[in-house]
Design a protein around this ligand. Structure first.
Ligand code: FAD
Length: 490
């Protein structure tokens, strides 16, 4: 038809303008070569794009955004494609350009005295981990996708992970960003200042905006000193409430040294063993409320070796665990005695998502609750889910009140025969009662967009829409993600 011809003509002219501006080597245009960029880790989301742009410099990103505005082409910022909400994949039928940050992967500098790193958005998280370790520093953000996800994606989703209990989310680890706004202007917030009250914080607006308000091209990140003493272990506890009390007791005894406190109940461990039969579980028997924990300290005194063996930190930890065993909260405990055992524990933790996938079709909630209400949620939701024929597989960053609550089918039941809508209604009713959030750390993207209207306060949604419209009046920056009900201008 005539309109199809005119779309094709626009796409051709647009692509020619892009190539003229940046050079052909910055673009992936072949149908086969584009494919990897048009689907993500989940495999659930696929889309289409005129091309994949792979700029090398911030000015190139800005030039691309300006061309997209000129031609009315939608922009999809993309990093490692490990996001779990479909945010990095184009949606809808309008012409889109994927802007991949993968070639902007320089670590510009690491400053040991200010304990900061200046990095481009395409730096892979694990690459940054390794680079700062050479300076005896750590970048504490970590989770299972660390080998593929990139700093830009982590910032855009305000990723959490296992160390939030001590270091906060990505937002709290970010001192500044450089970004290209939807009109192609560049904001340079790379001073690394720890205090700067000169107006609205655009950094905090773009962090967690899932690419709907601009493209983050670089960031100044906070680093932490490398711990000199560390202990990692696994606990079997009587209940989730006791697990929380034990967390607080360990924090008090160790001066707040808990870096990770991950809820891994027995059904989750069973699922891991089914997916990875070589797994050797840290404790024998039913662990009930299992917790993988890690404590770490930079205090030299905590690293001193004690007469009875082990560091002072380990000895404090052991003393606390003994006290918790005496009062009946902790039923069993093990502490890794080698780096290898520690790695085994973390490998087990990081294989969770694949283990859930291995268990068959599933739906997963990414919830957060006030810490004191987690146990109530799990108890009530477990009953509701089992009544409906589901087998819950739950993993949680317990120290943050964050649960990844997955529903798979009970044995002998076909997942597709079950009422997922009833399970969702049960979960969301409970969340409303307990004042929780339906999206803790994975973001809204396209997969949870439909929930926003019903779950988020109307006044907050209206303010989000007004901000979006002010910064991106044509709704070209990652449309159809995160912010519901924003219509493109005619
Ligand atoms: P992408 O998937 O490429 O993009 C994610 C979103 O950010 C999209 O909306 C995209 O448009 C936008 N975006 C990407 N780059 C930019 C940029 N430069 N500027 C602006 N917007 C941009 N998440 C957690 O929080 N905690 C976990 O524990 C966790 N565990 C995971 C484990 C596994 C095995 C997997 C596969 C994922 C896990 N995730 C977790 C989710 C995911 O890894 C994070 O959301 C991650 O931060 C996404 O980074 P990415 O580079 O892959 O981003």
């Amino acid at each position: 038809s005539a309109s199809l011809a005119s779309v094709q003509e626009l796409e051709t002219r647009f692509l020619k303008a892009c190539v003229d501006a940046l050079g052909a080597d910055r673009f992936v245009t072949g149908a086969v070569d584009k494919q990897p960029y048009l689907t993500d880790w989940t495999g659930e989301f696929t889309g289409d794009a005129i091309a994949i742009a792979r700029p090398r410099r911030t000015e190139e990103v800005a030039a691309l955004v300006k061309l997209c505005v000129e031609y009315g082409v939608q922009i999809v910022p993309q990093s490692g494609r490990t996001g779990l909400a479909g945010g990095a994949i184009p949606i809808g039928s309008g012409p889109s350009l994927v802007i991949s940050l993968e070639r902007m992967n320089a670590i510009r500098s690491i400053d040991s005295s200010s304990r900061t790193a200046v990095v481009e958005a395409g730096v892979i998280l694990e690459v940054l981990h390794d680079a700062v370790l050479k300076h005896d520093l750590v970048f504490p953000l970590t989770f299972g996708a660390k080998g593929s996800c990139m700093i830009g994606g982590a910032l855009a989703t305000n990723a959490g992970g296992s160390n939030v209990v001590k270091y906060g989310t990505t937002r709290e680890l970010c001192l500044g960003i450089e970004a290209v706004l939807p009109d192609g202007s560049v904001i340079n917030g790379m001073t690394g200042l720890r205090k700067d009250n000169t107006g609205l914080d655009l950094k905090d607006l773009l962090v967690g905006a899932e690419g709907t308000l601009g493209i983050i091209t670089a960031a100044v990140l906070k680093l932490a000193p490398r711990p000199t003493a560390r202990a990692t272990g696994f606990l079997a506890l009587g209940s989730l409430d006791e697990a929380l009390d034990t967390l607080n007791a360990i924090q008090d005894r160790t001066g707040g040294a808990v870096e990770a406190y991950e809820y891994m109940p027995q059904p989750m461990l069973d699922a891991i063993c089914r997916a990875f039969p070589q797994t050797s579980l840290p404790l024998t028997g039913d662990v009930g409320t299992g917790i993988l924990f890690e404590v770490a300290s930079t205090r030299p005194s905590d690293a001193e070796m004690m007469d009875e063996g082990g560091t002072r930190l380990e000895s404090e930890l052991l003393a606390e665990l003994e006290a918790q065993m005496e009062n009946g909260a902790v039923l069993d405990a093990v502490i890794a005695s080698s780096e290898r055992q520690r790695d085994d524990l973390w490998r087990m933790r990081e294989s969770v998502l694949e283990s859930i996938q291995h268990a068959g079709p599933y739906y997963t909630f990414d919830l957060s609750l006030p810490l004191g209400r987690v146990a109530e949620f799990v108890a009530k939701m477990d009953v509701a889910a089992k009544d409906l024929g589901f087998a819950p597989l739950v993993i949680g960053h317990l120290g943050d009140g964050n649960l990844h609550y997955a529903l798979s089918a009970a044995e002998g039941v076909d997942f597709h025969d079950l009422s997922l809508d009833a399970a969702k209604a049960a979960a969301f009713d409970l969340l409303a009662d307990l004042h929780g959030s339906f999206s803790a750390e994975h973001g809204i993207g396209q997969s949870k967009l439909g929930l926003m209207d019903g779950m988020k306060e109307p006044a907050q949604l209206a303010a989000m829409r007004r901000i979006k419209q002010a910064l991106d009046p044509q709704n070209l920056m990652n449309p159809g993600k995160l912010i519901p009900g924003v219509e493109a201008r005619p």
